[in-house]
Every structure is written in structure tokens, then in C-alpha cells.
Design a protein around this ligand. Sequence first.
Ligand SMILES: Cc1cc2nc3c(=O)[nH]c(=O)nc-3n(C[C@H](O)[C@H](O)[C@H](O)COP(=O)(O)O)c2cc1C
Length: 389
Amino acid sequence: MNSKYKKLFEEVTFNNGVKIDTHFAMAPMVVAGSSLEGDVTEDDINYFKRRADAASMLITGAATVSEYGNAFGYGLGNYRDEQLEGLTQLATAMKSKGNKAICQIFHPGRESRVTFQQRGVAYGPSSLEFDFLEYPITGLTEEQVEEVIEQFVKAAERAMDAGFDGVEVHGANHYLIQQFFSKLSNKRNDKWGGSLEKRAAFALEITKRVKELAARRNKKDFIVGYRISPEEIHGDVVGFTLDEALYLIDQVAELGVDYIHTSLWGAEAYKSKARMGEHEGEVINQVIYELIAGRTKLIAAGDILSADAALDALNYADIVALASAVILDPEMKQKIANGQEDDINFDVTGRYEELDLPKNFPIMMLGLNKSGKIPQATFDYIKSAMPKQ
Ligand SMILES: Cc1cc2nc3c(=O)[nH]c(=O)nc-3n(C[C@H](O)[C@H](O)[C@H](O)COP(=O)(O)O)c2cc1C
């Protein structure tokens, strides 16, 4: 190993005492390996077996906690007990090389496109229509909000029973938890909407109850993480700023989570800068790192596609999450460990089959990193493998 990368291979200890043996995590990614109902299939198992040593902590793609939460088709489901067996097989595959397995749990809310096609309804915090959606959103009643919170807790318990080492509450990427936090999608005037504190309440209640579950089940070593998009800004349209997100992050840290995971996209995303507010122009992860001040760990993701980027990201976070990189080169971590970082290869030409990607993976290719580090040949090849409808 090139000695400058040694730091990446040091142990990390979470506040609950659990250790992982390097600073590498595998970011959550829906790879369309499941059945349309979200049941685990051979494709999911093979994908994770192939990546069981891609990082020291592997996070599943977002697993929906609700039968009303199908966003993509073929994403994971964690909403009914019949799914426990498949989830157990998945956790076993993920842990087969001794690394930790985390189940990311989410509800897509207004993004439940497949649910709308199947059932004619997509729920969100408030009944609204958006010009970027071809269907209307139905606001959850207070009773339904309670039900969804309970579904998150049940999903966390199922993950625990399946043998996962923890869960990541998915509060990022415009899904339901973020929709509650955003002024644009949350127009409620009950206890779940209005002020900043009330918009944060849904996220905090879920996280608190998942922590309580771990305590109730006497599982102090059950890892609980929280993922957040630190800003929601589209031109002049602002759902929330970093300043507002810092309030939520601070509160989540106070609940005693083991990590906070930021979700940032684009070129050098892991060091992207705040676009407005008190910290405008400052590196977002740096600001968050200083705010949490060791109370919990920080995971950075976004455009970490080289050994140097991984090392650099450690200036702003405790753990680096590989996303597009481990889809296209599951051996990235080992190559760095072996001093072969120049052999990291994102060109799938002639090697697509050996990557063990699910047959429906091409429907998710839009999420792949577009900062220019992935060769065009890879995009062309994956497009050509698109399953016929
Ligand atoms: C195919 C694909 C699926 C993704 N699915 C999820 C997901 O389920 N949950 C999530 O939090 N982020 C998801 N992401 C975002 C990644 O976790 C990561 O934050 C993003 O890809 C940026 O990192 P990268 O530039 O290294 O790819 C997905 C990304 C890709 C490429």
C-alpha cells in the first residue's frame, strides 16, 4: 500500500463501541434487484456477495417500510413479515466477509410513482400538485402519520431480526422524511408542520423510536444512522437551507445516533459548499463536522472515485462512502490496500457480466456519477443492457 493511504485503513469505533476495520463504507444504492413487491431475489444476493468486501460497512439500497411506498419498482421491501426470510439471506450475504451490514429504511412519499400507477394514490405530508410530477399528492392524516412512524420502527425491528448490524434512517433525497422537513412540500398546521421545529418533528420522532427499540431489545450494539440532504435549493425555490438542516442534525446527534451521513451529488460533492445562509461558501461537511464535534460519526459521500478523493474526504468526515465506484469496481478498496490504485477501472466494456449487477440495474443508471470520471463507454454499455418492458 502507498503509505499515504494508510489512514484510510485504520479502525473506526462508533460511540456505541462497535468497530469497523477501515474508514470505507458502501453507500446505499437501489440497484433494482428485488421483485416488484420488494422481495429479495438471487440478483440482490449475488450483487452483495460480490461486494461483501467492498467496504467495512455495507448499506443496502433504500428498503421501503410501506406497501404504499414503491418508488422505482424492484427496490427492496421491508414492510411485511414474509420479507424477513429474504432479508435474512441478504444480511448473511452482506456479512459473509466479516463486514457490517446496515439496512437503509425509507418511505418515498410523493415519489411513490409505481404505487400511484398500481393503487392510484401517492402520499406526502400535504395534498399538493407539483409541476414535476404527473400525479397529485394526497396528504397523510394524523393517524396515518402515526402509522408510518410505526412502520419505520417495525422495519428496524425486522432488520434487527434478519441479522443486520443496524439501520440507516433515510431522511435525504426528497423522500418522505425530507418532504416533512421541507417548506415546499409540508404545508401542515398540526404538530408535524409549520415552524422549523415542527417540520423536524417527524424525522426526530422516527429516529427516537428506533433508538428506543434498540434499547428495549437490549441491543446497545445496534447501529443507528441518519442520512440527510443538507440543503434543498432549486434556484430561487428553497425547501430548507443548511442553517435549518443544522438544527435537525444537532437534534439527531443529541438522540445518540451512531452516525450522520450526508447525501451530496455532483463533481467533488463530498466537499461542496453551502449555497446560502450563515455558512455560504463554506464546505458543508466541514460545517457539520464541527457542529457534531465528536458526538457522532460523520459519513461523507459523493464523487469519491479515487484513492486521493477518499483520503481528501477524511479531512471533512470520519468515514467515506463509495457509491458509483463500487457498482463499477467492487475491488476499489482492495486495490488501494494493495498499492494498485492506478488499476481502479470504471470501464465495464468486456467485464459487465462479472460485476454481478441485477438484470434490471440499467433502469437505475440515471443515478450514476456524471462528473466525467466514468467513461462514456460504460453509460453506452449499460444503456444497451436495458431490459425490455
Ligand atoms: C444507482 C444508484 C442508486 C442510489 N440509491 C440510493 C438509495 O437507495 N439511498 C440513498 O440514500 N442514496 C442512493 N443513491 C445515492 C448514493 O448513495 C450516493 O450518495 C450518490 O451516488 C453520490 O455518490 P457517487 O458520486 O460516488 O456516486 C443512489 C445512487 C446510485 C448511483
